[in-house]
Design a protein around this ligand. Structure first.
Ligand SMILES: *[C@@H]1O[C@H](CO)[C@@H](O)[C@H](O)[C@H]1NC(C)=O
Ligand SMILES: *[C@@H]1O[C@H](CO)[C@@H](O)[C@H](O)[C@H]1NC(C)=O
Ligand SMILES: *[C@@H]1O[C@H](CO)[C@@H](O)[C@H](O)[C@H]1NC(C)=O
Ligand SMILES: *[C@@H]1O[C@H](CO)[C@@H](O)[C@H](O)[C@H]1NC(C)=O
Length: 612
């Protein structure tokens, strides 16, 4: 707090020296505080994935080009949600940041980079979460994948011979969170967001959420402080014990990771932090409704609304107490501001419901001194008819505009609401024919029709390849957003470092299943056709997808598994009848054995055949 204003003044001087070219237009800029250097407050943001192999190289390239890059915000990704950082310790050892694996784990180098990048006029944020650090494969498979069937659930056949009980730690629970090609090793490469009940700030945050819940008369809160890395958790649905993924050292030390991220931000001199919360597993494990949400009233995810809200509140309280000028942004699901029925399998309505009970949290992130904005992840969507949010709203430009509109409607403002772009091949759906690629023409339409209505845009990820000639490349996206949102800034004619790329191998990401080689599923020509809803994460599968995506090996494996399954499960199977083998398939993948409304295992119809 005390460092902040003098720190800013120094930055201005350095900024002025480095960028004489912008001085003509800069008298206003220089008079303004650091974080309004964009003058109009607009943001062009880039997530920068720091992976173990290329992280230091990438960061050094960004430092070298910081004064001419066509962005004014870089979000370093990711630290673990079960991290710890003791103030003044000057080490990243407890953060999972993956910059270095010895010494101070990169603290001094990252701090130096942050200082140089910010001196060159680019704000630096640090993000907590990302897909892998949000995914608990056991619960994700059992409650977010299996109950809804479809192509996603085919991993149970592929890696578990059709029996979910064969999905265990040794095979990363049938590679539910990442395919084998992603190279995850050990339960430590995944994480859950903990509920640090020993922390006074967390206790205050949860009390505030309970008060808001009481006032709103929404369903009662049930906290789960016992769920964090290394703990023995008994799955109430199966009665079986599971060791939770992630680390426990923050708990041994009685640290609060959310408070510690604020301490870390202060010691690194960061302008902001970013909360990338994507715990689909939590929403589906603690949902209310039938197991597959396939009833007219769907399901509700209030417990996840409460958990997310408490995390944001913890950040808000920590920022006020520790580093009052720190900004907070959040990555928000495209469907997050929808007030419509949730059908499971994603975080639809999470931000909508949080806003309903505690609007001050979203307002903290979108308006005022601490607002880092809502990075709305308007990507990884499908144009399958039943996944379009409304009839005729199916193309990428249409869906992005629609979902951005839900956020604008929710807050009655466009303030702090940023349009998201994913470069290259989307992570979802698995069917290439239904992917909504960010093509050059789609991007042009988005700029005119949608981006023009919002004060910021961001993309995932600064080094991600376009993958096809039709897709727009990251440098063009960045330059065009810059020209649109930061008009007149000379940096908009500059280039990203990725125009001289280094080999990028990591595929960890902010969005579900990122690797471009992801063919974790897919199967046979008798693929399951799931009648999903606009929100389901389950893709439809087609024969084309098999041909395009599946390797010969995978095909052989899956075909074998599918034949086995079909053989084992043909005859005497009826939707609604009891079954014993959770995740098992019958009737050529038309029925899956899952928990019915009564909480017992029954055959649930996901395909065309109700019995065989
Ligand atoms: C977890 O708890 C179960 C049942 O309470 C017990 O059988 C098992 O040994 C425990 N596992 C570990 C690793 O503590
Ligand atoms: C999307 O891009 C991928 C390559 O990244 C391509 O294979 C696929 O055909 C494209 N999908 C559509 C619908 O254009
Ligand atoms: C499953 O599909 C195969 C091939 O289409 C067909 O020959 C077989 O009869 C089907 N089995 C059942 C139980 O429907
Ligand atoms: C629910 O399942 C039935 C058949 O079991 C199917 O016809 C319907 O489309 C499904 N509805 C949703 C919303 O998935």
């Amino acid at each position: 707090m005390l460092r902040c204003f003098p720190f800013n003044s120094v930055i201005h001087l350095i900024h002025a020296m480095i960028l004489p070219l912008v001085l003509a237009a800069a008298s206003v800029v220089l008079a303004a505080p650091l974080r309004e250097r964009a003058a109009n407050g607009n943001v062009v943001g880039a997530y920068l994935l720091i992976d173990p192999k290329d992280g230091p190289t990438k960061l050094a390239q960004v430092v070298a080009q910081a004064s001419t890059m066509p962005v004014n915000r870089v979000t370093l990704s990711f630290v673990r949600p079960d991290m710890y950082y003791e103030p003044g310790s000057n080490t990243l050892v407890g953060t999972g940041f993956n910059y270095a694996n010895s010494g101070d784990y990169g603290f001094a180098a990252v701090k130096d980079a942050v200082s140089k990048i910010q001196a060159a006029g680019v704000d630096v944020y640090l993000s907590m979460g990302g897909w892998d650090y949000n995914c608990w494969p056991y619960t994700y498979l059992r409650y977010s994948v299996a109950p809804y069937g479809g192509a996603n659930a085919d991993i149970i056949k592929q890696y578990g011979n059709g029996n979910i009980d064969n999905c265990v730690e040794a095979n990363q629970w049938c590679y539910a969170c990442e395919p084998p090609s992603n190279g995850n090793s050990g339960a430590d490469s995944f994480a859950v967001f903990p509920e640090p009940s020993w922390s006074s700030i967390w206790t205050q945050a949860t009390a505030d959420v309970v008060a808001a819940q009481n006032k709103a008369n929404s369903p009662a809160v049930v906290w789960h402080p016992q769920i964090y890395g290394g703990q023995n958790w008994t799955d109430p649905a199966t009665g079986k014990a599971q060791i939770v993924v992630g680390r426990a050292d923050f708990a041994t030390k009685k640290r609060d990771p959310y408070q510690d991220l604020v301490y870390l931000a202060k010691d690194l001199g960061l302008v902001g932090i970013d909360l990338d919360y994507e715990e689909f597993w939590h929403a589906d494990t603690f949902k209310v409704g039938s197991s597959d949400c396939n009833a007219s009233n769907g399901c509700t995810l209030w417990q996840t609304v409460y958990k997310y809200s408490a995390i944001v509140r913890d950040f808000q309280l920590s920022i006020a107490a520790i580093y009052p000028t720190l900004k907070l942004s959040t990555a928000a699901a495209a469907v997050g501001a929808s007030g419509e029925t949730w059908w499971g399998g994603n975080l639809k309505g999470l931000w909508y419901n949080s806003y309903t009970i505690m609007p001050s949290l979203t307002q903290f992130m979108t308006q005022g001194a601490n607002a880092g904005g809502l990075n709305v992840m308007t990507y990884d969507m499908s144009d399958a008819t039943d996944e379009c949010p409304q009839p005729g709203v199916c193309s990428l430009p249409q869906q992005v505009d629609f979902y951005m509109g839900t956020y604008k409607t929710m807050t009655s403002s466009n303030a702090g609401i940023y349009v998201g772009y994913e470069i290259g091949t989307p992570a979802y759906p698995t069917d290439y024919t239904q992917m909504l690629n960010l093509t050059t023409s789609a991007f042009a339409t988005l700029q005119t029709n949608t981006q023009s209505n919002y004060p910021g845009g961001f993309y995932w990820e600064m080094y991600k390849a376009a993958d096809s000639a039709a897709n727009i490349d990251v440098n063009s996206v960045s330059q065009k957003l810059c020209a649109q949102l930061l008009p007149g800034q000379t940096r908009c004619q500059g280039n990203l470092p990725s125009t001289s790329p280094i080999p990028v191998t990591s595929t960890t990401a902010i969005s579900p299943v990122t690797t471009t080689t992801a063919a974790p599923v897919q199967t046979t020509t008798t693929a399951v056709i799931v009648k999903t809803t606009t929100t389901a994460i389950i893709p439809k599968t087609t024969t084309t997808a098999v041909v395009v995506k599946t390797t010969t090996t995978a095909k052989k494996t899956t075909t074998t598994a599918a034949v086995k399954t079909t053989t084992a499960a043909s005859g005497g199977y009826t939707a609604g009848a009891a079954c014993t083998n959770y995740g098992g398939w019958a009737c050529n993948n038309s029925l899956i054995c899952s928990y019915g409304a009564a909480g017992t295992l029954v055959w649930v119809q996901v395909g065309t055949t109700a019995s065989c």
